[in-house]
Ligand binder design. Sequence first.
Ligand code: SF4
Length: 392
Amino acid sequence: MNSDLLPRDWHPQRTIPAAAYVHIPFCAKKCGYCDFNAYSGYKDGTKSRYIDAICHEIITRGEGGAPLSSVFFGGGTPTQLPTAALVKIIDALRDTLGITPDAEVTLEANPNDVRLHDWNRLKDAGVNRVSFGVQSFNPSVLRMIDRTHAPEDAGTAIEIVRMAGIDNLSIDLMFGLPRQTLADWRRTLDHAFALNVPHLSIYGLILEENTPFWGRLQRGRMVLPGDVAQAAMLELAMDLSAKAGYDRYELSNYAKHGLQSRHNRVYWRNDPYWGFGAGAVGYDNVDRTTNVMRPSRYIDAMLGGNAISFEATETPDLAGSIGETLMLGLRLPEGVDLSEISNRYGVDMRAMFSDELAAGIGAGLLEMSGSALRLTRHGTMFANDAMMLFIA
Ligand code: SF4
């Protein structure tokens, strides 16, 4: 990067978000591979205080905000909260910020929690998209990764939610799991296609050092598919999903009938969003903030009358903001429009990144079409290498 070309007087404007992420940190059981801000074992009383805390945060921080066009309940497992609690949080968002009539409101759900909920009531409250954490349809793989649901729970859950008239459904699947073979992965993909949901999120397992699985791997007590096998699993997912009618509209996301996740596009375009709840990240075009992680500390801060409980605030400089925008945008098949980014930041992108562009294109990771820069198919297999070119 030629940083001499960066303007010295860059003053980004804070922007009121039109999207909100709501973090529900509770899970029935902590999965051995998970490094999310998620916990098992919290009692109902604490969960109830958490709901009050999150409503307090929404009401105090959200005052003067703008109506939301997307809301995403993630976790953790949002469906660990009762229906009434989820409705209460949506009502707090609607009363404080407003929710546009055509907003996308997504709830992440564990397949075996679904029958505990009143989906008609959730739909009336505004929920119109459900994302199921399925991961695999192989019972022994599910047990191995500590999931609490059975393969058949996914089909039942989808049926229940569809009966309430919610059809915009997604399934999360994972490859590169312990004992997973290519044949087993193909069966999982085929099972998912047969359920005919319009959206799939497909991720490779990435183990972080603070997880129990990492320790097991280091001690030789766990064997994972190697790099070649994982690449074959990704290629299989790409090929079979295309044959089944899904567009790969982001590195890990596939949609039919244009039913892409509107909320995730906010992240990939590096647009602003609220983050409510313990450990939730928010971005206002200037600061990226992270709320305190521990639910108990978050509850104490909020119910103690605080308006904010940030554990960290990061203010990316111009080079960092440009790098993030490029990195996130390259996740999309259309890539990034270098002219648009040049205008957005007042920098000539082709001149600033001339060496990196030449290196990425020369290595077959990137390609240019007009002012659009995107990953090649080879580049999608080595996306991190391509993206690291643009990180200062
Ligand atoms: S259900 Fe999801 S969030 Fe909860 S522990 Fe498992 S992977 Fe993590």
